[in-house]
Design a protein around this ligand. Sequence first.
Ligand SMILES: C[S@@+](CC[C@H](N)C(=O)[O-])C[C@H]1O[C@@H](n2cnc3c(N)ncnc32)[C@H](O)[C@@H]1O
Length: 268
Amino acid sequence: MSSVAPPDPYGEFAEFYDVYVGERLDDLPFYLEAAKSARTPVLEIGAGSGRLTVPLARGGVSLVAVDISPAMLAILKGRLEQEPDAVQRRVEVVEADARRFDLGRQFDLLVVPFYTFNYFLTREDQTSALRRFAAHLTERGRALIDVFIPLGLLERCPSDPVPKVDRMDPATGCRVRGWNIYTFDKEQQMEHRRHIFEVARPDGTVRRREFITRRRYWFREQLNALFERHGFVVEGVCRGYAGAPADERSEQLLFELRRSAAAEDLRI
Ligand SMILES: C[S@@+](CC[C@H](N)C(=O)[O-])C[C@H]1O[C@@H](n2cnc3c(N)ncnc32)[C@H](O)[C@@H]1O
């Protein structure tokens, strides 16, 4: 692993992330079920603030939670501290770049939930990450990778800010309002989201933050070819978390992959 800390892609987003995402846990039953057949802990890539990590651990799943963002991991660690010892013991938190990490062990199940794969912005990022994923899987290992394609926004991108959140932050007692302004570079298949947040404190003062996150989107056939070139067999592609097959209108693709025999040759 490199000794130079990479930039934190979530440094600015972290303080708003949990309020922005809200109570979303529609993917939890799917990952709980998938974890049942794993003989090893589950390797979670891009665990972030622990939206999924902590409920999985509560459900009895042992995990290694990898993320590049110190700011997101600080929230995850804070959340874990509130949990009973048994839950805390199930989670090993690792600050690492998924494109370069080496844990020196293998897992039966690797998961990349909630669009973390879209943060690998270049072909090189994807290739490096997939090689690392394959190297961390046992022979019977499976990977579940949840990606998004913003088809609706690509067809008709609103020029005005899109309201995304208006919620009280229970941690601070502040009202948080947020908007996204989207622009797309269709040639590079890149989405730029300008996030705007306004935080109204109980004393009436308002703080405003703006920053940009960038995500790369990939179409299904591109992803199929990419996964197959980098050590995986595509076993299924679903939309949602109840097994419905994806179609050409699906804005979310959940890839179920198995490590291929060729993965052995890709180890680095
Ligand atoms: C959309 S958030 C998902 C967080 C969490 N899995 C969830 O479902 O709420 C994406 C996460 O990916 C992490 N991430 C982005 N690039 C990464 C990389 N190269 N290596 C590891 N984590 C990365 C970010 O820090 C962020 O926490």
